[in-house]
Design a protein around this ligand. Structure first.
Ligand code: NAD
Length: 350
C-alpha cells in the first residue's frame, strides 16, 4: 500500500502497536536500531535548523504527562508521553506514548503512530549513537542497572552500534533481571545476572542506569565509579528524579541534548545552574571535544529530546511506504469545496 502524497490527503496513515511490532520484526530489531541511530545522528547534525523548546510537562504526585514538539521547517512532529513509575505495580507501563508527524507547508498530519515501542527503540538508538562518540574505544562490557521495559533495547543497541559483547544486569527486583536475562537469551550477548549495582559494574566500560523512581535516588555513589568509564544515565528525566550522586557530576564531563530542558529534568538539576555541559550536536559536528583521554569519565545526561522523536517519526514514515503495516485513518474532513464544510455535514445526514 502506498502512503498518500502530500497533495492527496485522503487519509492519515496510523501505525498501531501490532503493526509497529510487525514492522520491527520485518526489519529486524538490531537493524532497526542501527537505522534509527543514523536518522537521529542526521538530525543532530542539522540541530540549528530546528525549532526547540523544553517539553511541556504536566506534573502530578504520581507522574508526569509531556508534549514534545519540534520542527525542521519542512516537517513538524510531536510526541505525547507519560512517566509514572508506580504504574508497573498496577500492571501498567511506566512510559507510554504516541506521536504525530505533519507537513509544515499545509499543516496536514502525515503520520499518527504508537510510540511506546518506538520510544524504547529511539532511546536505545540515541544512547548507543552517543556512546559511539563518548565511550572508551574497544568497550566490550556494559553494566545495565534497572532491568525494566527499556533495558533489552538499551543492551541490543549497545551491541549493534558499539560492539558490546557482555551485559551485566542488576535490578532491585530480581524478577526484572530474570525477565531481561530470558529476553536476551540467544541474542548474541553474554548475559550476567548480578547481585548489586557494584557487582554489575565489575569490568564495565559503559554503565547504563535506567531505573524508575520518582525521587532523587542514588543508584551510583561516587566511590563506585572508576576513571575512564562512560555513564549512560537514562532514568533521571524529571524534576526531582535523578540517579547519580552529585559528586560524580563534578568528576565527569557532562554531555546533554538540549541544555534548557536538561537543566530542569536531568542529573544536572543537582549542580549549579552554570555547571559546564557540552551539547552533543556540537560533538557530532566536530565543534566540541567528546572523549579526549582514557581516564576521563564521560556522562550522557539523557532526558530524551523532541528531535529524537522527530527522527523516529521520519524513519517510520519512510519505512512504511509500500507496506500494509498501517491503517487508513479518517481524521481529516475533506469536503469537495474546502469552504463547504457545513454542506458536507448536511450531505452526510442525507
Ligand atoms: P520500568 O518501570 O519498566 O523499569 C524500571 C526498573 O528500575 C524496574 O525494574 C525497577 O525495579 C528498577 N529499579 C528501581 N529502582 C532501582 C534501583 N535503586 N536499583 C536498581 N533498579 C531499580 O521503566 P522503564 O520504561 O524501563 O524506564 C526506566 C526509566 O527510564 C524511567 O525513569 C523512564 O522515565 C526513563 N526513560 C528515559 C528516557 C530518556 O530518553 N532518557 C526514555 C524512556 C524512559
Amino acid at each position: 500500500m502506498s502512503l498518500p502524497k502530500p497533495s492527496e490527503r485522503a487519509f492519515v496513515p496510523f501505525v498501531s502497536v501490532d503493526n509497529m511490532m510487525r514492522l520491527v520484526h520485518s526489519i529486524g530489531v538490531e537493524r532497526m536500531l542501527v537505522e534509527l541511530a543514523a536518522y537521529i545522528e542526521e538530525d543532530f547534525r542539522h540541530w540549528p535548523l530546528f525549532d526547540k523548546t523544553p517539553r511541556i510537562a504536566a506534573h502530578s504526585k504520581e507522574g508526569v504527562i509531556e508534549l514534545m514538539p519540534t520542527s525542521d521547517g519542512i516537517q513538524y512532529g510531536f510526541k505525547y508521553v507519560n512517566g509514572h513509575p508506580k504504574n508497573t505495580r498496577e500492571g501498567l507501563q511506566t512510559v507510554t506514548a504516541f506521536g504525530l508527524l505533519a507537513d509544515v507547508a499545509t499543516g496536514y498530519p502525515t503520520l499518527l503512530t504508537e510510540m511506546t515501542m518506538l520510544t524504547a527503540l529511539r532511546t536505545a538508538a540515541t544512547s548507543a549513537m552517543v556512546a559511539r562518540y563518548l565511550a572508551p574505544k574497544g568497550a566490550t562490557t556494559m553494566a545495565m542497572i534497572g532491568n525494566g521495559a527499556q533495558s533489552e533495547f538499551q543492551s541490543l543497541a549497545m551491541k549493534a552500534i558499539c560492539g558490546i559483547t557482555t551485559v551485566r544486569l542488576y535490578d532491585t527486583d530480581p524478577a526484572a533481571t530474570d525477565k531481561a536475562a530470558r529476553n536476551l537469551e540467544g541474542q548474541g550477548l553474554t548475559v550476567v545476572k548480578c547481585s548489586s549495582a557494584e557487582d554489575s559494574m565489575e569490568g564495565a566500560q559503559i554503565i547504563t542506569t535506567c531505573t524508575a523512581d520518582k525521587q532523587n535516588a542514588t543508584i551510583l555513589t561516587d566511590n563506585m565509579v572508576g576513571t575512564g568509564v562512560h555513564i549512560n544515565a537514562i532514568g533521571g528525566d524529571c524534576p526531582g528524579k535523578t540517579e547519580l550522586a552529585p559528586a560524580i557530576l563534578h568528576r565527569a564531563d557532562i554531555f546533554v541534548e538540549y541544555p534548557p530542558q536538561t537543566r530542569v529534568e536531568g542529573e544536572i538539576q543537582n549542580v549549579a545552574e552554570d555547571h559546564p555541559v557540552t551539547e552533543l550536536w556540537q560533538v557530532i559536528e566536530g565543534q566540541a571535544a567528546g572523549r579526549s583521554s582514557t581516564s576521563q569519565i564521560t556522562l550522557f545526561d539523557s532526558v530524551g529530546f523532541a528531535i529524537e522523536d522527530f527522527s523516529a517519526l521520519r524513519y517510520i514514515r519512510d519505512r512504511l511506504d509500500g507496506t500494509d503495516l498501517f491503517d487508513q485513518l479518517d481524521m481529516l474532513a475533506d469536503p469537495d469545496d474546502p469552504r463547504d464544510l457545513f454542506g458536507m455535514l448536511q450531505r452526510a445526514k442525507a
